[in-house]
Design a binder for this molecule. Structure first.
Ligand code: F6R
Length: 242
């Protein structure tokens, strides 16, 4: 992977947003792969600003989120459907019906993963996938032990990830136990991966992803199998790189 070390989260966001703007300019119906969590927020903010300034038409841009919690009540503000609407669709002015999030409704969960995988394929695949990385080394919600060829499927979150994400919920017990996530195989089919990581808490996972052995026990290391992966990190997240 190409590693770019920047001075701040803001600078990283500008850089990632530039790649997204270039993509949309060359392909007005581009397919964006969208991460949630804290990491991509500076990218989405920068992108919203750039799109406004450039007056780019994004009405045909399509999107696929990486993952969703299983079993949150419909409309829960921390469901990734709600987060993607609030942080991405609205500020960027995307067409809501063109932006997809896996369906975490337990009633239909048996078919949701295959449906999602098919929808991505039918769209012609993801052009640029934004990724964060968890302290466990997960990308998407592919926790350690996930097959490097895995498709979209239901997974169990690790206690570490539930604790890390508890900040978004009223109580740690409210963090769902299950999720539906694009697989590592799904992620690897995107044509360009842009992985972002900020802060000292990500340094170990980031070094393992970029320089460690490629292994299912370090899901982020799968990016080493990708011919076009860009890693944008701040100094603190880069601290454990050789
Ligand atoms: C989010 C996702 C996760 C996060 C990761 C880092 O859609 O798939 O892999 O990117 O948990 O989360 P933050 O950015 O909140 O530190």
């Amino acid at each position: 992977a190409e590693v770019v070390i920047v001075g701040s989260e803001e600078e990283a966001g500008e850089l990632a947003a530039s790649a997204l703007v270039d993509l949309v300019r060359s392909r007005p119906d581009a397919v964006l792969g969208l991460a949630t969590g804290s990491t991509p927020l500076s990218t989405y903010r920068a992108l919203a600003r750039r799109l406004r300034d450039d007056g780019l038409d994004v009405s045909r841009v399509r999107g696929f989120a990486l993952d969703e919690y299983v079993g949150l009540p419909p409309g829960h503000p921390e469901s990734y459907r709600a987060v993607i609407t609030r942080e991405v669709v609205e500020p960027l002015g995307l067409t809501p019906s063109l932006v997809h999030v896996p369906n975490g409704d337990p009633e239909t969960i048996r078919t949701a993963a295959d449906d999602y995988e098919r929808a991505i394929a039918d769209a012609g695949g993801v052009d640029l996938q934004i990724l964060g990385i968890g302290r466990t080394g997960h990308i998407g919600f592919n926790e350690p032990g996930s097959s490097l060829a895995s498709p979209t499927r239901v997974k169990t979150l690790t206690e570490q990830t539930r604790a890390d994400n508890a900040r978004f919920f009223d109580s740690p017990d409210d963090v769902p136990v299950h999720c539906i996530t694009q697989g590592i195989g799904t992620i690897l089919r995107a044509r360009h991966l842009v992985l972002l990581a900020f802060g000292a808490a990500k340094a170990r996972a980031l070094a393992d992803a970029v320089e460690g052995p490629v292994s299912a026990s370090r899901p982020g290391s799968a990016i080493q199998l990708h011919p076009h992966a860009t890693v944008i990190v701040d100094e603190a997240a880069a601290a454990e790189l050789e």
